[in-house]
Design a protein around this ligand. Sequence first.
Ligand code: NDP
Ligand code: 8X3
Length: 249
Amino acid sequence: MSRTALITGATSGFGQAALERFVADGWRVVACGRRAARLEALVQAHGSARVHPACFDIRDADAMQAALDGLPPAFRDVDLLVNNAGLALGTAMAQQASLAQWRQMIDTNVTALVTLTHALLPTLVARRGAIINISSVAGVYPYPGGNVYGGTKAFVSQFSLGLRSDLHGTGVRVTTIEPGMAETEFTLVRTGGDQAASDRLYTGASPMTADDIAGVIHYVATLPPHLNINRLELMPVTQSVAGFQVHRG
Ligand code: NDP
Ligand code: 8X3
């Protein structure tokens, strides 16, 4: 029986790579994002029986609800919610950071994620479905300039554990995936479109790929229904943690 996944941030990076994996495995996918042309290209590539485009800004709760209300019958029974849409903006120290950027990260990574989860929980409970939340190593390990981005991802990881507790006995699975450095449009977005900065970060570093993360998302989603992975932290071999700093003055 064909299952249905709703993937946010399906126009790029992890979300788009995950869509490709799920469609190839016979799933239907509700593909969410703001960039209509990219969503349309996904429908063209895979067909409207497999991919339904849901074009909305995830921070707009009314637009989100309208998109859910407008799902064609074949895409309404969502078995898997992949909360992937998100972003980091800037790497400024907190004392120099933009409050507007902080708010945009919170609105996208936190408020929109909980709003969509809240809207889909009745369906997911009825279908004994699954939720995969994309967090980050930035939510576990602090680094200079990570401030609010890391805070939003710590929220995602803790919210996921809370969902696990609340959904106890429903059969709904909840997993947090916490990736480290992966080459996508993430750094392009974070730097306000600085392709050279993005290239500098990834060149020679052998970062993870979007497809690496998509494979993990698909693996988690297709485990036997009695098995729940609570959280999974991943890094490229070239990345590790080295945290403390000491100021003497
Ligand atoms: P990309 O920038 O390639 O993709 C981000 C996706 O989020 C896009 O599809 C974008 O769609 C969507 N998105 C962003 N803002 C909104 C919005 N307001 N409304 C709707 N959709 C939105 O980055 P990644 O694939 O790397 O990021 C995916 C997730 O993984 C994010 O949550 C990120 O924080 C996380 N992550 C990334 C890591 C990395 O190193 N790349 C590591 C750890 C976690 P559109 O612009 O079309 O709206
Ligand atoms: C993205 C990973 O280390 O750039 O979440 O914050 S990092």
